[in-house]
Write a new protein. Structure first.
Length: 83
């Protein structure tokens, strides 16, 4: 992936998320998690707002991980019920 394509994808996603945040949640981002491509494949890059304490970022990440685990369990139960 070239830098221009990566920038375009990032802009498009941020634009869509900004519209959704304003419409649904009235919230603002504090963290952007990116995953590398090509020679940096799998590398995780965290972009955080400098004005937000890292303890708050860590707390949000723990909450998000718990939420993902719960959703995975719910999705797994739904899939099992359909089989």
């Amino acid at each position: 992936m070239n830098p221009e394509l990566a920038a375009s994808i990032t802009r498009d996603r941020l634009h869509l998320w900004a519209k959704r945040n304003a419409r649904e949640s009235i919230c603002t981002p504090i963290l952007l998690v990116s995953v590398g491509h090509g020679p940096q494949a799998g590398e995780i890059v965290l972009n955080v707002c400098e004005e937000v304490p890292l303890e708050h970022i860590a707390s949000a990440l723990r909450f998000a991980l718990d939420h993902c685990r719960q959703q995975i369990a719910i999705d797994g139960a739904r899939k099992a019920a359909r089989q």
